[in-house]
Design a protein around this ligand. Sequence first.
Ligand SMILES: [Zn+2]
Length: 351
Amino acid sequence: MSARVAGFTENEVEYYSRQMVMKDFGVEGQRRLKRAKVCIVGLGGLGSPVSIQLATMGVGLLRLVDRDVVDVSNLHRQHLYGVDVIGYPKVEAAAERLNKLNPHITVEPMPLSVTPSNAEDLIKGMDLVVDCLDSMAPRYSLNRACVKLGIPLIHGAVITQIGNATTIIPGETVCLECFQGGLDDDSLPSCAIVGVHPSIISIVASIQVSEAVKLLLGKTPSLRNTLLFCDLSDLSFERINLARMENCPVCGSQPRSNSSPIAHEPFQEICGREGRRVFVFEPDGGVNIDLKALYRILEGQGFNVDVRAKLGTSFSRGPVKGSILVSGVMILEGFNSSDDAVRLYDTLIKS
Ligand SMILES: [Zn+2]
């Protein structure tokens, strides 16, 4: 039996009873969460536990942004997904799963890459943004958009057995470019090359959620101007003070509107498993794929259409594997030359 609480159904009161009973939380805390709008960018390792926790805690609106489809190599750490959704757009599979975990919230799937030109639109109207990305270029775009629109950004990053997190509040704390402005993706290791331990992901993601909930409840987050660095190998937690950079191009006294440290590349090659070449196409806005027409072209080119989802598709032909989302993002693996990959992309997009 659960008591009646204004603004909540009896089912909701029962669902949230174990957190509403907490002294710092209460009914008012639950109301704040229900009214909250949170954008989670990246639905891989960090995005899985972050979205599961925020959804089940009752954040009223979750906007999910990701450009990938589920791969079997994700499953050891990305617990949003099972073998039944391999090849599905992550945002689509995640939205379905989160709504099953908590039917009382709204989930908005956005099958997109974050680029300099769409970052602001993606986060407009949100109360906060959680950075669960795994590369720097979209992080810089997100940071710039958050600083410009005054939206808090909770940054997290993990690799092998180490991870870190900090809470960026525009106008109050450092921004990402104050302390990581010099990093680019070529100088950073990737999970495909050096791997990642699921435990460090859960730790960092839980810290991000705890910071997010503090902000949503109107409390002071703990990682302002502080980078929490965690290393599983000796289970050490270190707090590193961060200082705002007076001449930061984003949040300094004279912000410069020139481009991020890394420009958006609509076509790039990334390193896949076992040194395989992976080609990523991320058009900077404006594409809307007709999936039915796309299937016909793929089949005409001798491809098997393996997954027909609402927001994208996965296909294969011999050693070549690919996925394409309705936003025009395409990831291709198995071609030896970039020319072949570009030719296929042109054929499919011009449809
Ligand atoms: Zn800054």
